[in-house]
Structures are given as C-alpha cells and as structure tokens.
Design a protein around this ligand. Structure first.
Ligand SMILES: CC(C)(COP(=O)(O)OP(=O)(O)OC[C@H]1O[C@@H](n2cnc3c(N)ncnc32)[C@H](O)[C@@H]1OP(=O)(O)O)[C@@H](O)C(=O)NCCC(=O)NCCS
Length: 164
C-alpha cells in the first residue's frame, strides 16, 4: 500500500500535477483518444473545454519534466455520495514512473465526496494493481459492461482517512 505522504521520496521530483485549464483540453483530448480509441463515451474537445470550468467535473493534468504526460478526470453528481473516477491516462512514453499514482492521489485529495468509485476492465491488471495500492476494494463485477464484451470491476475507496 502506498504511503501517500511520501510520493516525492518514492517517485522523485520530476512530476508536476495541477488542475487542468481550458488550454489543456487538446492534450487531454488527444491522450483520451490514444488510450481509448474506440470508446463511445469519449468526450469531444468542446465538452472537455467546458468541463474544465464546471465544479462537478475535475480534470487534473500531470507533467514530467514540463511535458504533458497524462490526466485524470472525475465527476461528482450533486446527490450522490461518491465521486466517479472517470478516466486515468498516462502516455506510454511516461509509463511506470509514478505519474498515474500522482494523478490518482491528487484526485483523491481534491474529492469533495466521502467515496471514490471507479470502473475498470477486469483484465486491466496494471490499472487494478495501481488502484489496489491505494486501497481500492472491488465491490462488484458487471458482466459484459464494455462495448467489447469485457466485464467491469467496480472499485471504491474512502477519500478521507488518507495519510497526507
Ligand atoms: C493505468 C495507468 C494510468 C498507470 O499509469 P502509470 O503512470 O504507468 O502508473 P505508475 O507509474 O503510477 O505506476 C503505479 C503502479 O502501477 C503499476 N505498474 C506500473 N507500471 C507497471 C508495469 N509495467 N507492469 C505492471 N504494473 C505496473 C504498479 O502497481 C505501480 O506501482 P509500483 O511501481 O509502486 O509497484 C496507465 O498504464 C494507463 O494510462 N493505461 C491506459 C489507460 C487505462 O487503462 N486507464 C485506466 C482506466 S480504468
């Protein structure tokens, strides 16, 4: 399990994480489409642009040596007790350096809800391993949830009780 307070020690200091601005929309859009080329729920660039200005949507972007490396998107609906972790993407060129972990940590810290909920493909071992290192628990498997027929795991985590 990660110690969330010691990420700089664990992953170094070349990673920068910040809330996305409208001008990050193109990078987010390209990154989304590269990671999920056939996903019918992909956002248009206009939607991403609009969402960067909306309270219920959060985009957080990650940079490695000042180069765009990935993003995480969350969505919280007013009357729901959880925030949805909608998308977490790190470019292949920057994989395995802790950027996914940094992004997810920031999404958890910035959550206004008690619980974060994510859907992940059952065979996406890399993402599942990352979520487990944060203490996400699998609470449900939804058969054939995705367009390609793959099952989805639903994973949740408390967003308080984190060791900042
Ligand atoms: C999942 C993803 C975001 C991980 O990003 P990342 O920046 O490479 O991950 P990190 O460097 O933060 O690694 C964090 C953990 O991921 C796992 N991981 C990273 N590289 C890995 C590899 N090559 N093989 C297996 N696990 C790996 C490890 O658990 C690692 O932690 P550890 O090194 O402390 O053991 C990235 O692979 C990605 O964008 N995948 C495509 C999009 C996707 O599937 N997103 C998730 C949708 S639910």
């Amino acid at each position: 399990m990660y110690n969330l307070a010691k990420f700089e020690q664990r992953f170094g200091t070349r990673i920068d994480i910040r809330v996305a601005k409208a001008e990050d929309s193109q990078n987010i859009f390209d990154s989304q489409n590269k990671a999920f080329p056939t996903d019918p729920t992909n956002l248009s660039i206009d939607k991403i642009h609009d969402f960067t200005d909306q309270k219920e949507h959060t985009f957080i972007v990650g940079f490695f040596d000042d180069e765009f490396a990935g993003y995480v998107a969350t969505h919280s609906k007013k009357y729901y007790p959880w925030v949805n972790g909608n998308s977490l993407v790190v470019a292949d060129a920057y994989a395995g350096r802790g950027i996914g972990a940094f992004l997810l940590r920031e999404a958890i810290f910035s959550s206004q809800k008690l619980v974060m909920r994510i859907f992940v493909e059952k065979n996406n071992y890399r993402a599942i391993r990352l979520y487990k290192k944060f203490g996400f628990l699998c609470i449900q498997c939804i058969p054939r949830h995705y367009e390609n027929g793959d099952d989805a795991l639903v994973m949740i985590k408390w967003t308080f009780l984190v060791n900042k």
